[in-house]
Design a protein around this ligand. Structure first.
Ligand SMILES: [Zn+2]
Length: 463
């Protein structure tokens, strides 16, 4: 009975861990490594296991850094069930296809740059992505499921995006019985739309994310005040507001927040563009699971009979519709992917708006090192987009309060739910953040915390 860390150990993206019980093995997540081109090349490397010998996958949520290598896993011979929440199943249909078309475009771009060399194959094709859907088995929260002999799981709400889960795992091998808990990505408490992360009281070992270890988000009300000020400043300066956002989660939260502040922020003076085919489809899934909303969102939805309420919202699916946005020089709030600006339509809006001092870029999520989003956050004066150098004159605002991830206090609060203070392995964090959380959990929650090393194997019989 053992656990091996493979991805998202000492880094944020590429979540993947292996559990072995009774001679069978299954994965916790199978995510994509995201960052600059060189970092993303690592997705092509062989898995450190034989995909044909993996019996099942447990997928915590739909984000591509947790699900993005599933098509590769299937392409390389995996042929078993993938257990996840129903909403994640729906979202994966949208996300993985998009990821495949991005991979295809990347490969085409790279091949144009090196015409005399043998062509590079895309990481995987749309067909590969569609194959994954056949293996997805959706379920609800709070339902115990036996996934393999001696392995039962139960999904709990992680409050991170719709359908996101923390996973309880009961493992049995001979006389040995252990319970491990995988946090998945944990949301902030009091996040709009979603419930708080569920309290889990017992575990022999916890595998926990640490994205925002050592950091505290601004209070949500202050963040809202800040957005209100940006909206007002941009209106007076006659500029646009660009919001790079993950198609799933942040886009819906931003729309909801604009909707709930409609009068206060005088939203009727603006045109809001959700310029992402994927975010448009993901929003449909979001609005399709109202039973997963918290009380406030349920009330808001009941009163207005729609979600979200933005009369001036334009859903621009087609490229032609998106191009028309280029003509909007003021009064536009443009929400587009990708969330870290390393691909997608946001790059083309940034190209048109970054050099204009009257424009504003509002960063609402985590930015991985090496991405364009991180460069903007770090205050680089000039950035290169689609081969063109652009002077950054627009104002860049990082509004931490809207992050889909809990901050350090949230993470500690979630951990305090465990009454028996189990040992913790920290994953899904840059080393500095994971180390900070390690200290904090040791000092304040009185537990043994360790930053997981990629490739390390934990003998679960000895915990
Ligand atoms: Zn996530």
């Amino acid at each position: 009975m053992e656990l091996e860390f493979f991805g998202a150990a000492g880094e944020v993206t590429g979540s993947c861990h292996i559990v072995r019980v009774n001679g069978r093995q299954f994965l916790l997540d199978c995510g994509m490594i995201q960052g600059n081109r060189k970092q993303e090349q690592r997705n092509r490397e062989p898995f450190p296991f034989n995909p044909e010998e993996i019996d099942a996958v447990v997928l915590s949520h739909a984000h591509i850094d947790h699900s993005g290598r599933l098509p590769l896993l299937v392409k390389r011979g995996f042929n078993g069930p993938i257990y996840t929440h129903n909403a994640t199943k729906d979202l994966c249909g949208i996300l993985l296809e998009d990821s495949a078309s991005l991979a295809q475009r990347d490969a085409e771009y790279a091949n144009r740059k090196r015409p005399d060399k043998p062509p590079i194959e895309p990481l995987y094709s749309i067909q590969d992505a569609r194959q994954v859907l056949r293996f997805l088995k959706g379920s609800k929260y709070n339902q115990k499921i036996e996934i393999l002999p001696g392995v039962e799981i139960r999904f709990q709400d992680a409050g991170h995006i719709i359908g996101s889960t923390s996973v309880e795992l009961w493992l049995r091998e001979g006389e040995v019985r252990k319970k491990i808990v995988f946090s998945g990505d944990l949301g902030q408490y009091d996040t709009p739309i979603l419930h708080d992360p569920a309290v889990i009281e017992e575990a022999d070992l916890v595998l926990m994310e640490s994205t925002y270890g050592g950091r505290t988000h601004r209070e949500r009300s202050l963040t809202h005040d800040e957005i209100g000020e940006i909206v007002s400043e941009a209106h007076h300066g006659k500029g646009n507001i660009l919001i790079p956002a993950f198609a799933i989660g942040r886009s819906q939260e931003v729309l909801y927040t604009l909707g709930t502040h409609y009068e206060e922020w005088k939203m009727s003076r603006w045109h809001v563009f959700l310029d992402s085919p994927m975010a448009i489809k993901a929003s449909e899934v979001y609005w399709d699971y109202p039973h997963l909303y918290d009380d406030e969102a349920t009330k808001f939805r009941r009163e207005l009979h729609e979600m979200p309420r933005l009369k001036n919202l334009h859903l621009t699916s087609s490229t032609e519709e998106s191009m028309v946005i280029n003509k909007v020089t003021s009064g536009g709030i443009i929400i587009a992917g990708s969330g870290m600006c390393n691909g997608g339509r946001i790059r083309h809006h940034l190209r048109h708006n970054l050099s204009r001092p009257e424009c504003h870029v509002v960063i609402v999520g985590y930015q991985s090192p090496g991405t364009l989003g991180r460069r903007l956050v770090d205050g680089e004066e000039e950035v290169r987009i689609k081969g063109q150098w652009i002077r950054v004159q627009a104002k860049i605002h990082t509004v931490g309060g809207l992050s889909a991830h809990g901050d350090e206090d949230d993470l500690v609060r979630w951990f305090r739910g465990f009454v028996n203070k189990p040992p913790v392995y920290l994953v899904h964090g840059e080393t500095k953040s994971a180390r900070a959380l390690e200290q904090k959990l040791q000092n304040e929650a009185g537990t043994r915390a360790t930053v997981a090393d990629s490739g390390a194997v934990i003998d679960l019989t000895k915990i």
